[in-house]
Design a protein around this ligand. Structure first.
Ligand SMILES: NC(=O)c1ccc[n+]([C@@H]2O[C@H](COP(=O)([O-])OP(=O)(O)OC[C@H]3O[C@@H](n4cnc5c(N)ncnc54)[C@H](OP(=O)(O)O)[C@@H]3O)[C@@H](O)[C@H]2O)c1
Length: 289
């Protein structure tokens, strides 16, 4: 029987790209979403419904699957969602799981560890072959700035001058596909970063140069950041985790660059500048309000 890889989070930033790359390699892919019609139509890709809140839907999604790319959406429910999907995979026929985690998940007390460490532990003890991917902050997070840039407004920056190894989501997806399609990364934990450290004001300066229009940042102190997150509808637990992440970056605790992407892919990791050039059009839209 042919190997089939289930990709969860298949309509999101990383999962969408994992699906595209697997399809390009001729793999049989099952792409899970709560709204399967949102999965792009590609050869070899079969969209299936699945909701982490509904264990029966996960059992159906994973039936007959041999490989799993496990991505759960950010939030305090990550541990419960990871565990539900791993339970379904173990009960089914899955032999290998690649879990998307977060940089620092293996460091007790680090931001993101509370969300991702339980799933990491469950993956390691699942009996399946496994790989853990711990990316730094995604270059694509700056797409949230697009409307403000288009409207000529400064973008709020929560992380001060703190620098991070901002990573291109395409690199993360390419590494995931390597791990899913070979045994070379079984039992390995990779921390995925870009090739250089850059702050949010630094990212703004790169965008300003590439877009040819002013891109400025305004520093938002942590207390204000928490208030703004709550006002925008985030729950208190989510806001607290986000603020502890911002504090960690401000204090230089996420100033980490690793060689993992280059070692795995055999070429340098993509810079923020290249990501920004490739996504220039996404910043060109008129303000939505
Ligand atoms: N952003 C960063 O800088 C960063 C850095 C490191 C690690 N991470 C980690 O990366 C992950 C997020 O990845 P991403 O940015 O690619 O995701 P994303 O773009 O936010 O997409 C989330 C995906 O999860 C799916 N989803 C949401 N709720 C679901 C549910 N109840 N049941 C089934 N599927 C559900 C969505 O699919 P549908 O809506 O179609 O169902 C969507 O495909 C998180 O675990 C986060 O901690 C993020």
């Amino acid at each position: 029987m042919r190997d089939v890889i289930l990709v969860t989070g298949a309509t999101g930033t990383i999962g969408r790209e994992v699906v595209r790359l697997l399809a390009g390699r001729g793999e049989a892919v099952r792409a899970m979403s709560r709204t399967p019609s949102r999965v792009p139509s590609l050869p070899g890709v079969h969209a299936v419904p699945g909701d982490f809140h509904d264990p029966a839907s996960l059992e159906r999604a994973v039936a007959g699957v041999t490989g799993l790319f496990l991505l759960t959406a950010a939030g305090p429910h990550v541990p419960a969602h990871d565990l539900a999907m791993i339970e379904a995979a173990v009960a089914g026929s899955v032999r290998k799981v690649v879990k998307l985690s977060v940089i620092g998940a293996d460091t007790a007390g680090a931001p993101g560890s509370a969300w991702h460490a339980p799933g990491e532990d469950a993956v390691r003890t699942s009996g399946m072959a496994w790989t853990l991917l711990r990316p730094s902050t995604f270059a694509s997070n700056t797409l949230a700035w697009a409307d403000m840039i288009a409207a000529g407004k400064p973008v709020p920056s929560m992380t001060g001058d703190g620098r991070q190894g901002v990573v291109d989501p395409r690199d993360v997806a390419e590494v995931a596909v390597e791990a899913l399609t070979s045994t070379a990364h079984d039992g390995k934990e990779h921390t995925l970063t870009g090739p250089e450290l850059i702050s949010e004001p630094g990212q703004a300066a790169v965008l300003e140069r590439i877009l040819g229009r002013p891109v400025t940042t305004v520093d938002v102190p942590l207390e204000r950041a928490r208030e703004q997150l709550i006002a925008s509808g985030a729950g208190a637990e989510f806001a607290d985790m986000a603020v502890s992440g911002f504090a960690s970056v401000r204090e230089g605790r996420n100033a980490v660059v690793t060689p993992d992407v280059e070692e795995i892919l055999g070429r340098p990791a993509v810079t923020f500048e290249t990501w920004a050039r490739d996504h220039r059009d996404a910043f060109a839209r008129p303000p939505s309000r």
